[in-house]
Write a protein that binds this ligand. Structure first.
Ligand code: DGY
Length: 312
């Protein structure tokens, strides 16, 4: 039995089928199903999702494995060091999901600051009595500071978006070099987190989940934010202390929180459903047709290149 490519999903668009035609055989089997486990032994390439963590034990069961393609830019669900040691290439999808993810972060920010859920509820309630001076007042963003965690492509793309709204972006990143950040539409300061948080009306997370960022935003750190600040997370769960953030919402200390990612997802801490001023999404950062097709193409091209030969 020759299984060169084992995928847990057909992905979106034709890329995986084209790859399968080029490198037979292609097997598609649900993650951790019996068929998937049985196919590991002969797989030279694995294709999987960010919701499907692999361990070193999985690698032991796949002695022919040469490449793992993850349908995501994040690789925090993969045993990266073990792959490096074994010479297994990891292919991910940077670049093509930058705009989609930054757009989603901006959508959540505007939904929160302009109180779209409250406005829509009033419009649908049947009790709207007409325009009123103080009705569903939101928060303006122009001239305020947006603290951005992460100086990668998505952080910079989000900076361009809030800059277009008249906000002043400032950055924090793990390297903490102190040098300014060119985000494409301007130059912004790069600051230590303890200096960035107190001036940030908006805090948006765009850094990967690593040993350094896991649990970084604890309650004492979050307490540095100004009263009424907004937090947006389209990066990864586990960077901010969710219990602390929920508590701060109930205490009226935050203007709102938009989450696309959660610690332990797809399980969402029930406390979120009772928290006020939230927008909660099911990890939709890259979820556009165009982006998911582009991700599949990039992933399959990377696998083809590793297995030997570009797709025609
Ligand atoms: C990724 O690809 O890592 C993103 O989380 C998708 O939204």
């Amino acid at each position: 039995m020759t299984i060169r490519i084992l995928s847990t999903s057909p992905l979106v668009g034709p890329a995986l089928q084209n790859l399968g035609a080029r490198f037979p055989e292609l097997t598609i089997a649900p993650f951790r199903s019996i068929a998937w486990k049985m196919s590991l032994a002969n797989a030279e390439a694995l294709v999987g999702l960010l919701s499907e963590p692999l361990s070193e034990t999985d690698l032991d069961l796949a002695p022919k494995l040469r490449v793992i393609g993850t349908y995501s830019v994040g690789v925090n669900h993969l045993p990266v060091e073990a792959c490096e040691k074994r010479g297994i290439t990891i292919v991910n999808t940077p670049g093509v999901l930058t705009d989609a993810t930054a757009d989603l972060a901006l959508s959540m920010l505007l939904a929160l600051t302009r109180r779209l859920k409250d406005g829509e509820a009033l419009a649908r309630s049947g009790h709207w009595k007409g325009w009123a001076p103080d009705q569903v007042l939101g928060t303006g963003l122009a001239r305020k500071v947006c603290g951005i965690m992460g100086t990668g492509p998505i952080g910079k793309a989000f900076a361009r978006r809030v800059f277009a709204l008249g906000m002043r972006p400032v950055f924090w990143d793990r390297e903490n070099k102190g040098t300014p950040v060119d985000f494409g539409a301007g130059i912004a300061r790069r600051m230590p987190l303890a200096d960035l948080l107190p001036i940030s009306t908006v805090l948006s997370l765009h850094c990967p989940l690593t040993a350094e960022t896991r649990g970084l935003l604890t309650r004492p750190m979050l307490d540095l934010l100004p009263k009424g600040a907004f937090i947006i997370n389209t990066a990864r769960g586990g960077i901010l202390d969710e219990e602390a953030v929920v508590h701060m919402l109930h205490q009226g200390l935050l203007g709102g929180v938009g989450l696309d990612v959660y610690e332990g997802e797809p399980n969402i801490n029930q406390a979120w459903f009772r928290a006020p001023r939230t927008v909660l999404l099911p990890h939709l950062g890259s979820a556009t047709q165009e982006t998911r097709e582009a991700m599949a193409e990039l992933l399959c091209d990377g696998i083809a290149a590793t297995l030997g030969g570009k797709l025609g």
